[in-house]
Design a binder for this molecule. Sequence first.
Ligand code: MSP
Length: 532
Amino acid sequence: MTSSQTRRFALTTPLYYVNDLPHIGSAYTTMAADAIARFHRLQGHEVLLITGTDEHGQKIQRTAEQRGKAPQDHCDEIVAGYKDLWQRLNIQYDRFSRTTSPRHGQIVAEFFQRVWDKGDICQGHQQGWYCVGCEEFKEERDLLEDNHCPIHKRPVEWRDEQNYFFRLSKYQDDLLQLFADQPDFIQPTSRRNEVLSFVERGLQDFSISRVNLDWGFPVPADDQHTLYVWFDALLGYVTALLDEDTEPTLDQALSQWWPINLHLIGKDILRFHAVYWPAMLMSADLPLPDRVFGHGFLTKDGQKMGKSLGNTLDPVELVDRYGTDAVRYYFLKALEFGRDGDFSETRFIDVVNADLANSLGNLLNRTLKMAVKYCNGQVPDIDIQSIPEDHPLAQLGRKAGDQVAKAYQNLNFSQACNISLGLVKAGNQFIDEQAPWSLYKKGEQGLVNEILYTVLESVRLSAYLLTPVIPNLSTQIYQQLGFKLDLNVNHDGDETTLHSIHSNWGGLPANQILGTPQPVFQKLEPLQAAAP
Ligand code: MSP
């Protein structure tokens, strides 16, 4: 893999609402963010992966009321559910930002003051339809029949109140300039186009305060008003940058990791991140993030998921039933990250079994067994330089590292997996064609060594390149190949060297003692079909 110029890489997931336990949508963004973070860490970059929770606003206040809980207690419970899921999914986050933390309050107040001093906050009258689920005012033309929100399918509420507004309209030209100067600011292109036409249609100021709402920070200039949840939430990314014991000031927060390299989000919250957020930052005279990527929505068996339809997918259940790496693999390999994607249990089991059990696991297992028989349980003793230029596996292997790195950089997880798996598929075909078992009988030890080496090396390289997606499985494969390396942990500054060896063809040391062959991935079985 080519090392990118940045030695530091900061990225965020959205800060999730705590109205309910995490769903598969939040898991999806977080798995992707973790894979990117791991990809950068492998290259020796310093990484800051930020996730967290968005805890204020009417939606959370109402949920807590319905549950008969104090809002903070409610939030604390749900936050524990998020942290538990991230552990199950093997997410290595560096910061967990909670918008109810007192430090966050100080950052928000200071930021508000900057924008206020700039003259970008004014009073105004807000009238319109509000969706509490989205925490957003809706255009009348976007509503479904009977004034229902198109996303939540629930009635919107009429609001008519005095609010403070942020002068978004003032930043229309600057935003268009930004999109022109930094064509990669919003990705993928389809989402960029969406945002462009939204901004070109003309921007309206948006209200950043609410009355009759207690659960939130008071507006610094007027404590009769509570700050709008989105104004507060986006700043959670900034608060997350503070080291534990430092004073919570903007200067401190922005001193090390700002600007953030990548905000990963779902397409429904693109406008907040690609329009409101940069405009707020421009107003505060702060540098902008490098990139906002809006991924698609998940459906189940071709249908939109929702509690009312009773077809939600519980990520905890899924991981408990099928294991972490299988879940991570399916969502990152089988769906195209920028587009909507579907989960069906049948496809899930098919993809995972075909790739991880039948291809990767099986090739490792059968080749290791041959190495035990024909090469004393050691990596065959060959001179890697002697492998011919046109060897089919070496040819693929020499290109794979760079190709996969590009795919991860472009957030094309599916392609990264396909290229890695391509090595394994070619390895399977190669070993069948070459039939080292008969060459061994004929006493062709030199040829046997070369064949088994190149196949084991293909499995190794494939496992290494898949580490960001299936870290546990890759580590197990590495251990069976005789490495004492846990790919799940950071190797404190060694990564650059480790990475240049392991991401390239030929990283498997000749004569290394191999582990005992054991299946690394058990085939998944579908749940028993319900009795008729
Ligand atoms: N709290 C805001 C984000 C504030 S960021 C400063 C929020 N939270 S959320 O919990 O509702 O949504 C979090 C993420 O989950 C969003 O990126 C959203 O796109 C994603 N998903 C919610 N449902 C989804 C699917 N069905 N499929 C894929 N992702 C979806 O919005």
